[in-house]
Design a protein around this ligand. Structure first.
Ligand code: SER
Length: 320
């Protein structure tokens, strides 16, 4: 069975990807790596967990060697809105973790998954049915890192034969760990706020369309792509994937149909507004569908039902 190392395992994606990978590859074949001590401790209750700074090439290499890793999932990232507060740090973390991952994947012959994002696109990208191969001139440091990362990952595949694969994640909606520092975070926060306080103040403009994805589909996409027949992959870094696209106002109106007392207002963050306006409204994901069978199961209504149910339970247990 393959040995998998998840780096940056304590974030929004890692929190749910680790148990998903355990189901696919076996409980003891997944190693969760995190830089924060308290998160390592929490992860260690459910899986093999190690403290690891992805920017420490030597320490990272020792872990890959020690566990005989076959596949690395590099989830280390400073997201779009936070990146704008400190572009130097965003470059250092996002690109540093990727470069180390690529070089170790090359040295130890591992497959490598590093998510890209809708953030890889920019204002002059076609916003409707954004094609797989199109103009990519992002306006954020996060996006600059994502485009650079896609190019570098393709380069390592072509030049050194490293098995690099990736998807451009839309905003991911989940009920495990809250995202932090992203432009799409509102679509997660609102569920907790509506359950807890019955109201929400949104920092993204009411008419900003962005692609979103429910976590179970994000997890499925990840393992499905990593297990796909390489002979069928025309693209690698990175695939558009999509399942739903909506504006804040549309989401809130739908939630209100379930919870009529829900109220909301807007206090626009100009940085997030500019970012949201520069990203696609809806992506064309036909290459992912054709090349490796991407087929999302969750739509807006099912997602809302599930999010409200789980968030209610979490709020009741005092976990939010
Ligand atoms: N969720 C991310 C962000 O908003 C996009 O990949 O930054």
């Amino acid at each position: 069975m393959k040995k998998i190392l998840v780096v940056g395992a304590g974030g929004q994606i890692g929190t749910e990807l680790v148990p998903h990978l355990q189901k696919v590859y076996g409980e003891d074949n997944v190693i969760a790596a995190e830089v924060r001590d308290e998160v390592v401790k929490k992860l260690s209750e459910k899986c093999i967990a190690i403290k690891l700074d992805a920017l420490d090439f030597q320490g990272y290499g020792e872990a890959v060697k020690k566990y005989g890793v076959d596949g690395i999932y590099n989830l280390v990232a400073l997201l779009s809105a936070k990146g704008e507060q400190n572009p130097d740090l965003a470059w250092k973390i996002n690109m540093g973790a990727l470069l180390n991952s690529l070089n170790l994947a090359r040295e130890f012959k591992c497959a490598l998954f590093t998510p890209s994002s809708i953030g890889a696109f920019g204002s002059n990208t076609p916003h409707q049915m954004t094609p797989q191969d199109t103009i990519m001139r992002p306006d954020t440091i996060y996006g600059v890192c994502k485009v650079s990362g896609e190019l570098l990952s393709d380069y390592y595949f072509k030049r050194f034969g490293v098995d690099t694969r990736s998807v451009r994640f839309p905003g991911i909606i989940s009920n495990g760990c809250l995202p932090g520092g992203g432009t799409t975070d509102y679509a997660v926060e609102v569920f907790y706020e509506v359950v807890k306080n019955g109201k929400y103040t949104c920092t993204v403009p009411q008419d900003a369309y962005m692609d979103m994805l429910y976590m179970p589909d994000a997890l499925e996409a990840t393992t499905q792509l990593m297990e796909a027949d390489p002979a069928k992959l025309v693209h690698r870094n990175s695939f558009n994937i999509a399942s739903m696209s909506f504006t804040p106002e549309q989401l809130f109106q739908e939630i209100k149909k379930r919870i009529p007392s829900f109220t909301w207002d807007y206090k626009i963050d100009p940085v997030k507004a500019a970012i949201a306006a520069s990203w696609p409204d809806v992506m064309d994901d036909s290459c992912a569908r054709n090349e490796w069978g991407w087929n999302p199961k969750w739509g807006l209504q099912d997602m809302i039902t599930d999010m409200l149910k789980v968030c209610e339970q979490k709020v009741k247990r005092g976990e939010y």
